[in-house]
Design a protein around this ligand. Structure first.
Ligand code: NAD
Length: 251
């Protein structure tokens, strides 16, 4: 079982490939034999990890189209580039709302449809988008974040419907809590890391590699019959609802 995933020689584009989950996914795909291009607005992390890197702002359509033209052949797109901005729905500024949607939702559309023709020409392709459990369980005071992820899950399903006949699959991965540069400052507050670890049935917050392994599977032909799915990778966190209910005699 030397190349169980069958990814050797496949061409993959990973947005957000300069940091966190995207960097881990780019390295995991490369370790599985894929030719990887890490795309980011800040490529320093990807370059120092030894990856081929391209600078691109995924919210800018002409940037994305010229990226697709430069790269050409592409079998796999992993969309992970993302931002988070605080704010309640009563107070979030329209500027912050629109900026978040432009990256976390519109950027994923722009990248997917820029590379889909190259996949369609070969009759196969895999789109993997990193959503979040925040897309199905609204997260307070995070501006447009939950709305962007919920819409992304729906958009991925629509891509699966529209591109399926051309041999292209589209799926989301919804991580729970992952320790990355995006979230690192939460973990610096005293006690947060321990409390978060305890809240997860498997006993710990995820590492970027935990999510990268799911991405690699979905990108590969081993997931050839998986499309339009949202794969939750949260260590069981979203199954803990009933644990909040006091039930004397059943503790
Ligand atoms: N960390 C978590 O707990 C967590 C949980 C669920 C989902 N996610 C999602 O996972 C994805 C990756 O997040 P992460 O935690 O690895 O964050 P991260 O901040 O470590 O990485 C995000 C990368 O995206 C890049 N990026 C941001 N805007 C961009 C743009 N306009 N164009 C190109 N690149 C851009 C950043 O430069 C950065 O390198 C995001 O979509 C995030 O919403 C993260």
């Amino acid at each position: 079982m030397s190349d169980w995933l069958g990814l050797a020689g496949r061409h993959a584009v990973v947005t957000g490939g300069g940091s966190g989950i995207g960097l881990a996914a780019a390295l995991a795909l490369a370790a599985a034999g894929a030719e990887v291009v890490a795309v980011d607005r800040d490529t320093a992390g990807a370059v120092s990890a030894g990856l081929r890197a391209e600078t691109c702002d995924i919210s800018n359509e002409s940037d994305v189209l010229s990226l697709a033209e430069r790269i050409g052949h592409c079998d796999i797109v992993v969309n992970t580039a993302g931002i988070i901005r605080p704010g309640s729905l009563s107070d979030v500024s329209l500027t912050d709302w629109n900026a978040l949607i432009a990256v976390n939702l519109t950027g994923y559309l722009l990248v997917s449809r820029a590379f889909a023709p190259a996949m369609a020409a070969r009759g196969s392709g895999s789109l993997v988008h990193v959503a979040s459990i925040s897309g199905t369980h609204a997260q307070a005071n995070s501006g447009a974040y939950s709305a962007s992820k919920a819409a992304l899950i729906a958009m991925s399903q629509q891509l699966a419907l529209e591109l399926g006949p051309q041999g292209i699959r589209s799926n989301t991965v919804s991580p729970g809590m992952v320790r990355t540069p995006m979230t690192e400052e939460y973990y610096r507050a005293p006690g947060v890391a321990e409390r978060r670890d305890k809240a997860v049935p498997v006993g710990r917050v995820a590492t970027p590699d935990d999510i990268a392994d799911v991405i690699v599977f979905l990108a590969s032909d081993r997931a050839r019959y998986v499309s339009g799915a949202d794969v939750v990778a949260d260590g069981g966190f979203t199954t803990t609802l009933m644990s909040w209910v006091p039930r004397p005699g059943f503790e």
